[in-house]
Design a protein. Structure first.
Length: 604
């Protein structure tokens, strides 16, 4: 059975996790290699109860951390002593009584098995309470008071001879206690001999339980870096696991998505057998484009190359990018183009769906896009005349009207712009690039969208924010309006300075000229040119009204562009920024102006 790349990758990642886990040794069972309580560092064989699990310390070496951040060792008889210092190399621990009088609590002291007294001076003492000072014996400051004095005397001495007993009474005996306790009142020094971690500490290593050991065997482990702890180990393991899961999910989802995409396309093409365009293989596409030699440009979802089906018939081949989408843009464009038969819509000649490689084959137009004939104010050679611009605008409008009303389902293009309008040898416009198109029923007043689509500068406001209204076919009307304004203003030849030009918003510049009843001064040579430019500008301004309900339908736009006369009302200023009441103030003028221009009325 063949092993999938995903399974192989999973096996490698699992091996890395196991190797990483093994390399950290026994510290996997102890979350913290060492911790602190106040100024004291606590590590194996000690552990702090409640903060570290049992496997972090050796039996009998349990400590407590008080609310005052003092490390406490509890000895038999509920005797709790604070820890002053732990010397891990010499394996000693120095204790003191927080009350300052260890003798008061030490009568029944029995040391736990892990610890032994350090002092070699271990004696038995008898304590006396005397009403007056005495010579001899060891005076205990903490047990004495202002009315009596307490003395400790060696029990094996001849007490009567060495220590006068007059006015003294015996209090108690204490066996086997260090001389230092009597002398200093509050300190106790202990040591431990097992577990033996002295050799680990001297080498700069750390002592701990052997990995997977059921007994209390210990071993040395290297310190990876200063302050290293099991948090690092656990965090590293978790991060490695998360990275592995993310990569596996990405690989699996990408592989699954590409397979599903291919299945969607194959099912679509199987149902589309009666479709007229030719299906090409990827090898044929490479031959047609001569190994993708001549690049014409880039569209919404791919790169366009020039190709030759024969010596006389040239095509434009659009290679769709594999990284974008899941095949829906291919199905959308092929499916949409198959339903369109209009003189102002580009014709799909063929397509390629060879594995994950997809391409669309269109007619080739040597004149390129409409973009080539606008936005060149100083180049009169590319200017094709106002009459031809009017014909192009009318052709584009008819093409959009056909998309909205002429098909079984309404087709919303969502990317109308000069770059997506191609021109044939007679400058007949052809709308192209349907990768963002969306289908809906003709009686549907709005469409749902998960994200904005289109090109900045041509996208209708409601596509960005529903505050302007619902997304509908009026979004294409807005984009067409911006196209008209580019046609109108793209030939701007004035004596304005560049500085001033940059401060005027492009459509607003046209609106200001029309509002002042001035001519659009762009290659105007005849009176008819001025009328065409003015008509295109006014229609464009009507189309870019902020609210969709204030824009005409494409049917009304076509009638207006086909009409004659120059008595077109100027629409409300769409660039007014005088507060939030703009919408209310504009409503009445809109109705009045629309009544004065029947051909621009909304016709659905």
């Amino acid at each position: 059975m063949e092993t999938s790349p995903v399974n192989s990758f999973f096996s490698v990642c699992l091996f890395l996790i196991l190797w990483f886990s093994e390399s950290v040794g026994s510290w996997n069972s102890c979350p913290e290699l060492e911790t602190t309580c106040g100024n004291l560092t606590v590590r194996f064989p000690f552990r702090i109860i409640g903060r570290q699990p049992e496997q972090c310390g050796y039996p009998g070496f349990d400590l407590q951390c008080s609310s005052a951040n003092h490390s406490v060792l509890e000895l038999p008889g509920s005797l709790k002593l604070n820890i002053k210092l732990i010397d891990y190399k010499s394996q000693t621990i120095h204790l003191y009584d927080p009350s300052g009088c260890l003798l008061r609590h030490i009568r029944n002291l029995t040391l736990p098995s892990p610890f032994q007294l350090i002092s070699p001076y271990i004696y038995d003492y008898t304590f006396f309470n005397c009403s007056s000072p005495r010579d001899g014996g060891l005076y205990s400051t903490c047990l004495s008071s202002s009315t009596y004095r307490v003395y400790a005397v060696y029990s094996n001495d001849d007490i009567g001879e060495l220590f006068p007993l007059l006015f003294c009474s015996k209090i108690f005996n204490i066996s086997s206690i260090p001389y230092e306790i009597i002398k200093l009142d509050d300190t106790l020094d202990l040591m431990w001999s097992h577990p033996m971690c002295e050799h680990c500490e001297s080498k700069g290593a750390r002592c701990g339980f052997k990995n997977s050991s059921t007994s209390y065997d210990t071993a040395c482990f290297k310190v990876r870096h200063k302050g290293s702890s099991n948090k690092f180990v656990i965090t590293g393991s978790i991060l490695l696991l998360v990275v592995m899961l993310v990569v596996i999910h990405y690989v699996r989802s990408t592989y699954k998505s590409r397979k599903e995409s291919q299945a969607i396309i194959e099912k679509f093409l199987k149902d589309y057998r009666a479709f007229k365009p030719t299906r090409y293989s990827y090898a044929e596409i490479k031959r047609i484009t001569n190994q993708f030699e001549v690049k014409l440009g880039e569209g919404s979802f791919g790169t366009v190359f020039k190709g030759d089906i024969s010596s006389e018939f040239k095509v434009a081949v659009k290679m769709l990018t594999n990284s974008e989408g899941n095949g829906t843009e291919f199905v959308t464009e092929v499916g949409t183009m198959g339903k369109i038969h209009h003189v102002n819509i580009i014709r799909l000649m063929g397509f390629c769906a060879d594995g994950f490689r997809r391409a669309l084959v269109y007619e080739y137009f040597p004149n390129g896009s409409l973009q080539n004939f606008i936005n060149s104010p100083n180049n009169r050679q590319n200017f094709i005349g106002w009459k031809k611009l009017h014909e192009i605008a009318l052709g584009v409008a008819k093409g959009i009207e056909y998309l909205h009303q002429g098909c079984e389902q309404r087709i919303l293009h969502f990317d109308i712009k000069p770059h997506n309008v191609l021109l044939d040898n007679d400058f007949t416009p052809k709308i192209c690039d349907f990768g963002l198109a969306k289908l809906c029923s003709k009686d549907q007043s709005m469409v749902s969208m998960t994200n904005a689509r289109g090109t900045l500068g041509y996208i209708a406001p409601e596509v960005f924010s529903r505050n302007f209204g619902n997304v509908s076919h009026k979004a294409d009307v807005y984009s067409f309006g911006m196209l008209l304004l580019e046609l109108t203003g793209g030939r701007k030849i004035t004596h304005d300075t560049k500085e001033n030009a940059h401060h005027i918003h492009y459509p607003e510049w046209i609106y200001n000229i029309l509002e002042e009843r001035d001519d659009v001064r762009i290659h105007i040579e005849e009176e008819s040119d001025a009328k065409i430019a003015k008509r295109l500008g006014i229609v464009g301004l009507w189309c870019i009204q902020w609210h969709p309900v204030d824009r005409p339908s494409m049917q009304a736009v076509v009638k207006t562009l086909e009409g004659e006369g120059d008595k077109l009302p100027i629409p409300p200023n769409p660039f007014n920024s005088e507060g939030t009441s703009t919408r209310k103030r504009a409503s009445a003028p809109i109705r009045s102006l629309m009544q004065g221009l029947e051909i621009i009325q909304e016709v659905e």
